[in-house]
Ligand binder design. Structure first.
Ligand code: NAD
Length: 350
């Protein structure tokens, strides 16, 4: 493997490498935090607004490293173009890597790194924020009062205290959600392929997914999107849920079959949904499309329900999380350049 980079001596006289990094899908906030973190590394950052996919991969020709986000498409075709253009490192500035064809990267000897943990609190707190918003109808109350309508008709919620909450996935984020909801006085059921000792200690009861789905008043999803979890919430699961169930998804859109969710909302089986992610969010979330006609009929339908709120993949978006994402991402580039990848952050070794 030949890595094209420039050597320099920094003030501490250690040999370091300056790597050109093409940053795809970059927004002003990415630029701000990455540039700040890069002050300690001195890499050559090229910021592009374009999303990465086969049609834009050629923009990275000559860059040994690229930096990507959740909706960049790193399929085999994209990876082929990147590899032929000299890219040797794909560094994700996020935790999930379901958008990367890992086998294709392995085949072409491209390293893939990510930021496995940057602030589980950010995502957990947002999950609870949208649960409280949808339950207490804050989104409707906010608009009403601003319009001079001080009626509380239609804003009836329920106490979270004493309710049974189902947490699917009790990793870094799921355990934080359990801690917060335990503080509300909720009974917690969880489903995971591994038990989390901290959850067990705080009294969370592990059950299989079917039992969790059948017995809980609120279901909140915190597991990764894999072939096993794709559409884990679909028509059959919704049929088994308690009437009036509230569904929260801040994990990945593909966990929920959105058309089945629309049917569940129309029938009244689902009481409310709060989503921060959507299966077809690519090209929509993170963009200002005001004034344009929304082309996705399922998303458009979801937005018509008074008992649905959708945020645009912003659960991670806190100052602390952005700072940590940027510093780990730049660290990943520097470690790669020095031939020393951090095992915890590696998805694919070169
Ligand atoms: P994590 O790896 O720490 O935890 C994931 C947990 O899911 C693990 O305990 C794992 O055992 C469990 N799991 C795996 N397969 C499962 C299955 N089939 N059923 C039940 N549990 C299963 O990950 P995390 O940091 O807690 O993140 C969870 C998810 O949140 C990520 O996969 C990512 O997609 C998403 N996320 C979203 C945002 C956002 O801004 N909306 C930000 C960060 C992460």
């Amino acid at each position: 493997m030949r890595l094209i980079c420039h050597t320099r001596h920094d003030r501490t006289e250690q040999l370091e490498f300056t790597v050109q990094v093409t940053v795809f899908s970059s927004k002003s906030y990415d630029r701000r935090f990455l540039e700040q973190a890069n002050l300690q590394h001195g890499h050559d950052l090229r910021f592009l607004e374009a999303r990465l996919g086969p049609e834009s991969a050629a923009l990275a020709i000559g860059s040994p490293a690229i930096c990507v986000f959740v909706n960049d498409k790193l399929n085999a075709e994209t990876i082929e173009i990147l590899a032929n253009g000299g890219t040797r490192l794909i560094t994700l500035r996020c935790a999930g890597f379901n958008n990367v064809d890992v086998e294709a990267a392995k085949r072409r000897g491209i390293a893939v790194t990510r930021v496995p943990e940057y602030s589980p609190y950010a995502v957990a707190e947002h999950s609870v924020a949208i649960l409280l918003t949808i339950n207490r109808r804050i989104h409707r109350a906010y608009n009403r009062v601003r319009e001079g309508n001080f009626s509380i008709e239609g804003l009836l919620g329920f106490d979270l205290h004493g309710k049974t909450i189902g947490v699917v996935g009790t990793g870094r984020i799921g355990v934080c959600v359990c801690r917060i909801l335990a503080g509300f006085g909720c009974r917690l059921l969880a489903s995971d392929i591994h038990c989390n000792a901290e959850c067990v200690k705080m009294g969370v009861q592990y059950v299989d997914l079917d039992k969790l789905i059948a017995e809980t008043d609120v279901i909140t999803l915190h597991c990764p999107l894999t072939p096993d979890t794709l559409h884990m919430i679909g028509t059959l699961a919704i049929e088994r849920m308690k009437p009036g169930v509230v569904l929260i998804n801040t994990s990945r859109g593909g966990l929920v079959d959105a058309n089945a969710a629309v049917a569940g909302l129309k029938s009244g089986k689902i009481g409310a949904i709060a989503l921060d992610v959507y299966e077809e969010e690519e090209g929509v979330f993170f963009e200002d499309l005001s004034g344009n006609v929304l082309q996705d009929d399922t998303l458009a339908r979801l937005l018509t329900f008074p008992n649905v709120i959708i945020t645009s993949h912003q659960a991670f978006f806190t100052q602390e999380a952005m700072h940590n994402i940027a510093s780990t991402t730049m660290e990943n580039v520097t470690l790669f350049a020095g031939g020393n990848l951090d095992r915890v952050n590696v998805v694919v070794s070169p």
